[in-house]
Design a protein around this ligand. Sequence first.
Ligand code: HEM
Ligand SMILES: *[C@@H]1O[C@H](CO)[C@@H](O)[C@H](O)[C@H]1NC(C)=O
Ligand SMILES: *[C@@H]1O[C@H](CO)[C@@H](O)[C@H](O)[C@H]1NC(C)=O
Length: 363
Amino acid sequence: MAVKPLFLLTLTLIWLGTSWAHPGMAKALAGLSSLAQRQSIPETELLADLKTLPDDALSPAGWTIKNILLINRAAVLPQDLGTVYTVPGPLDSPECRSNTCCVWKYIADVMAAAFRGSGGGECNELARQAVRLGFHDAGTWSKTKGGGGADGSIILAPGEMARSENRGLEAIAAQMMAWYAVWHPHGAGMADLIQMAATVAAVSCPLGPRVRSFVGRNDSAVPAPEGRLPDETDDAETLVALFEDKTIVLGELIALVGAHTTSIQRFVDVFRAGSPQDSTPGVWDVLYYNETASEEPPPGVFRFESDESLSRYPPAQEFWQAFANPADGQTAWNNGYAGAYVRLSVLGVEHLNDLKECTGVLP
Ligand code: HEM
Ligand SMILES: *[C@@H]1O[C@H](CO)[C@@H](O)[C@H](O)[C@H]1NC(C)=O
Ligand SMILES: *[C@@H]1O[C@H](CO)[C@@H](O)[C@H](O)[C@H]1NC(C)=O
């Protein structure tokens, strides 16, 4: 069989979220595509306690996360477009207190209102920063060196927010502290607030994915190790190695960086502050992939070197083109992003089987 059709099939099975793909086959194909990229990663990796817990010991959330990490789309989909959670009672009622997701419904409603644009239904600056904050808190984890992860330290630890890579997150950082002051007395932790804000923000953007959302992370006030986040001058090889050290494989990296569909840079080039990374920054569309890979950026669009390098990286072509496709790229990307974001959102969490799913609270 020629290589090309096989890769397209791989993409179809892995990224389109088809429910008929045989789990073993999806896994084998996931392994195959990583193998072709680096020859060293046999398949997507499990994390933390899910590496050792037998299936019959898994909680519902543990089982869901495990199958999302394995890209087992036959078992679970990384987006949940349907589940709606209804609160069992007022915020401080016994009914509400005894149900994990109840307080999160109240929180998600407040967040969603804050992320709605002032007009036209586009997601706003606070939403964009919330998506990025979720990445910058969780993305400090390293599988080889430990430390960091989705633990709230980006806000709770002294000095972490002040690092240069976190410039541009000031508004959401202030908002997070305000939300923490209100919701921590009701039992919500900072790590969960940050990750919930990131998924509420994504789905608040027009066309945004409804990413499966989990709560129960532990907080930490220990600053994450430095040097764990990417730089806009990094080339593709550097970025691939950096993200692989977080168990994030190439296809997942290409899906995640698509978050720049809703990005407006201010600090990469201060003379062009306010220029977006695609021509529609308030919309979670796939134009970013087309406009980053095209010969010339559209007028007004500012492209990062890192993103251009990824778009030209030969092993990334199949992913990049699949997501850029105006016909079916949106579904492929939303599922790809959602699966990859679930992985990102639990990096460094030690007991994934203790988490609870509250996706139903999302707008
Ligand atoms: C591949 C490596 C990445 C690099 C080098 C990178 C770098 C950057 C830079 C330099 C900015 C502009 C900051 C500013 O000037 O205000 C930015 C914005 C942003 N990034 Fe990334 N990023 C990467 C991956 C990601 C990922 C994985 C996500 C989320 C899953 C993400 C989400 C965002 C968002 C939403 C913004 C827009 C923030 C705003 O408009 O205020 N980025 N990124
Ligand atoms: C971007 O979209 C245009 C119009 O659909 C198409 O002609 C072009 O080939 C696309 N470019 C890339 C790099 O995907
Ligand atoms: C949080 O920490 C406690 C105490 O160390 C532990 O029992 C619990 O499993 C941890 N939760 C997660 C999600 O890692």
